[in-house]
Design a protein around this ligand. Sequence first.
Ligand SMILES: Nc1ncnc2c1ncn2[C@@H]1O[C@H](COP(=O)(O)OP(=O)(O)OP(=O)(O)O)[C@@H](O)[C@H]1O
Ligand SMILES: [Mg+2]
Length: 295
Amino acid sequence: MSIRMKTPPRMPPDAADAARALRARPAGEGQPSADAVVRPDGEITFAIDALNLWYGAKQALTGVGLEIARRKVTALIGPSGCGKSTLIRCLNRMNDLIPGVTITGRVDYRGVDIYGADVDPVEVRRRIGMVFQKPNPFPKSIYENVAFGARVNGFRGNLDDLVERSLRRAALWDEVRGDLRKSGLALSGGQQQRLCIARALANNPDVILMDEPCSALDPIATLKIEDLMRELADDYTIVVVTHNMQQAARVSDYTAFMLTDEETTGRLIEYAPTETMFTQPADQRTEDYISGRFG
Ligand SMILES: Nc1ncnc2c1ncn2[C@@H]1O[C@H](COP(=O)(O)OP(=O)(O)OP(=O)(O)O)[C@@H](O)[C@H]1O
Ligand SMILES: [Mg+2]
């Protein structure tokens, strides 16, 4: 494993946070019943265990535990505020960048605790790339958007090849090949999102996290991104947050359903192969949510 040892350990939680963490984790509390959380078949990219997260004093994840399968698409669904974005950001330590966040529990990426004292968060974020809700190309040319990470990292190979390969992989090459010097901001929303995916791919990641990548896109652009997600799953582990049940059903292999209720914030209710989740949910609350009864 080549995640290197560079940065100092995370600050330990202060006494109050630690006390809250201990109180929040009596055995079983916040955990779904065992039959509502499957273990995926095959290789595992992430093993998440007893994960709790607080923003200051406010808890946003409670006892989340699940395993994410390698080279599959995993969807995170649930009503607004249930902790989907918080959970997906835990997978590449993006929450570290938010002041006042305390995390307990484990996130193992291919057997390495990514919150371990000896892990470099920058390398974590390179391997585990992220695409956001609103396409966010840099105000630079299409070419420079894709080449950016490689330049920063002192890439010694052929940049033109890297840019072409990444744009092809993101299903954008044919639309932009004659316009590589044009600003990334001049593209349509769907093209901008594929440019952001190309930019992530150029860093040679292993995992791509997508937080509602289609919510700002029209239906045609959405379908293109969905097709792309399926194709990318041949080579990459994909985790996608979506509010769109049809999208989860169309693109994902596994689905995790999360919920916040009066007692517990940000807990996993059910995790299953997508087909099972949508046809025979194990938990009544899952059934109510996917059939549109709330959220
Ligand atoms: N940076 C932050 N600081 C403080 N609280 C936050 C922060 N980000 C999220 N929260 C809170 O944590 C809880 C979970 O939020 P999160 O954004 O993870 O939900 P979500 O499921 O992604 O919702 P949505 O579907 O609306 O995007 C919410 O109560 C939210 O207000
Ligand atoms: Mg969100």
